[in-house]
Ligand binder design. Structure first.
Ligand code: HEC
Length: 106
């Protein structure tokens, strides 16, 4: 009985860092967002292509970014370019990238 309690406590402790990381890691997201720069631009979040409209994503709300990227990933949003982006991301990538993007002040 004591053993089971100790094991439970150990498991609970082990899952703590996972919970803390749930919001995504902005430092990891910075590297993962590297491929986004070509289209969305990162320096000051200005679009590098004047004739090519892309939404500004830096400084967006974290929850909004997670749900937008998840929708592309699942194919609930149909834009082909962003779908290709979303499909290559894991849920963790999405959280990290959203944490990074939402931490930028435009
Ligand atoms: C090849 C160009 C291209 C690349 C690379 C790209 N995007 Fe996009 N992105 C777009 C376009 C175009 C849209 C608008 C799509 C639409 O109208 O649904 C968009 C839309 C988005 C949106 C939705 C914004 C909103 O307001 O609804 C998010 C979030 C986003 N991109 C994040 C990213 C991230 C994160 C990456 C890198 C992993 C990335 N994009 C890479 C072109 C690109």
């Amino acid at each position: 009985m004591m053993r089971a309690t100790a094991l439970f406590l150990l498991l609970a402790l082990c899952s703590m860092p996972a919970l803390a990381a749930d919001k995504g890691d902005p430092a990891a997201g910075r590297n993962k967002a590297y491929t986004c720069v070509g289209c969305h631009g990162i320096e000051g979040w200005k679009n590098p292509y004047p004739n090519y409209h892309v939404p500004r994503i830096g400084g967006q709300n974290y929850e909004y970014l997670v749900s937008a990227l998840t929708e592309y990933k699942k194919g609930e949003r149909s834009h082909p370019t962003m779908r290709a982006q979303g499909e290559s991301m894991s849920d963790e990538d999405i959280r990290d990238i959203a944490a990074f993007l939402s931490s930028i002040t435009p």
